[in-house]
Write a protein that binds this ligand. Sequence first.
Ligand SMILES: Cc1cc2nc3c(=O)[nH]c(=O)nc-3n(C[C@H](O)[C@H](O)[C@H](O)COP(=O)(O)OP(=O)(O)OC[C@H]3O[C@@H](n4cnc5c(N)ncnc54)[C@H](O)[C@@H]3O)c2cc1C
Length: 507
Amino acid sequence: MNFTTLDRPPGSCDVLVVGSGAAGLTAACRAADAGHHVVVAERAGVLGGTTAVSGGVLWAPGNHLADADGAAEAVRHLVAVTRASVPRPRLAAFVGAIAAAVRYLCDQTRADLFVLDRPDYRAGLPGAAGRGRALDNRPFDVRAHPGLEPLLRPPTYLPWVTMAEREQDPGADLPAIDADRRRRGVRTMGGALAGSLAVSAHVRGVEFLLGARAVTLERAGPGWEVAFEGLGRLRAGAVVLAGGGFEGDPALQRAFLPAPLLPIGAPGNEGDGLFMALRAGAAVADMTASWGVPVFRDPSARYDGRPTGRLAGAELTRPGSIVVDARGRRFADEGHDYHELTKTLTGRAAWFVYDAAHRARFPVAGVPPGSTPSWAVTRPTLRALAEACGVDADALAETVAEFNADAGRGVDRRFGRAPSGLGPLTEGPFTALPVVPGTLGTSGGVVTDDEGRVLTRGGEPVEGLFAAGNVSASVFGDHYPGGGASLAAAVARAYAIGTALGGGGRR
Ligand SMILES: Cc1cc2nc3c(=O)[nH]c(=O)nc-3n(C[C@H](O)[C@H](O)[C@H](O)COP(=O)(O)OP(=O)(O)OC[C@H]3O[C@@H](n4cnc5c(N)ncnc54)[C@H](O)[C@@H]3O)c2cc1C
């Protein structure tokens, strides 16, 4: 079945989905299953949003693919992670919805998930699991679906390997696997998730309208009339807002976030859905929250012309490296989960510093071992490096001496970094890369109930209006229970919207 798209909005549909990331595509499949005529409008010229450039991991406690670890334990863990700030029934609703959604994705869509052998990030908290909650995507052959390849957002910098290959298969020849998949058009990670969901929606008769930026939402009877920039209007019985967060809009960032965050997801998530929902009477919550990540800022990196960077993840946890601020001091356990680490970066000019032995052994920011990113600062001595970076040189020398001594003892007395991440910085030349607070997407937004109905400040549903994914306020507040929590929150709520939409529409 050739993957085709509409040229212009049809006059009407039962359900209009605004945005084609994981939230939008999941909601579209579910709405189509309920018998509705569904249109997905996507502002970009390609489908998939940030989802398609992501790691694609879902944090799905209680999923049927792992040995069932019990919903109760998962809820207990979530209560601990969210510091009891979220009502327990809401957390329980999430756990129920994500387990049902994973079952649905596996049994009824082309998504092909499997258990990734990853522990929860907050291993010390009650209810944490050593494995079973994180799910990876099997490779997805895009070319098996004619017409899809040019319509699916290409990856940015993540390799075309599965998370499992990357993290758990030391023998895998990742460059060879990557090259082979690129040649054959076989996507992995978020590209596999977005691609498989797009096909699942397409075979259900969902129609796609690309280059269609929804800008206004006006009441039309019990439904809505939606205007698209330069493309006319469409009447819809119900609208699902799934247009991502507002991280791409500097003015909204300034208005709500405690400090600027460098976005590394798909540009075009500029809060359009937020504005539409506000005009329709929606309440918003947690507007200061975001899925935080430390980001390597390559000054010349651009995504669709906008500044961007690369997630600074595993790099920060490896021996022979530290992160310091302009005072030349470490300020956190570099191996802390990235959401929490990002909060400590706020307001600092931070540098990731490593020595020649680290350079010889590890990849950094996409550059293989033995090489240095062209935009890095490298100097023969720590003092020269500090001076080049504007870092206090004496303090940096003290910091490195203390870290090296601790590495020798196998204990990071200052921040408790894991022993596996301890190793001295001894050999020049030394290298530094700027690290800034970044975001995978904002996570505050439109308030919904557990089935994604948009709510007013009085807690009443706005009839026929739903929201899921980063346009809506996350069920976790400003907390991050585990790798994949962001996509899981999106998919769980989108799945639940399908339940709410199940009763009506054309069959
Ligand atoms: C490098 C990277 C790795 C990541 N890895 C993971 C991971 O492994 N696990 C995880 O859980 N999360 C991960 N994330 C975060 C995750 O990808 C996002 O939080 C998630 O994809 C958000 O899904 P969404 O459906 O809300 O939005 P998106 O996937 O961003 O989709 C929103 C879509 O809406 C479109 N849109 C916006 N406005 C309009 C409009 N007015 N009209 C029509 N369309 C509009 C946008 O163009 C976009 O295509 C990662 C992010 C990045 C950048």
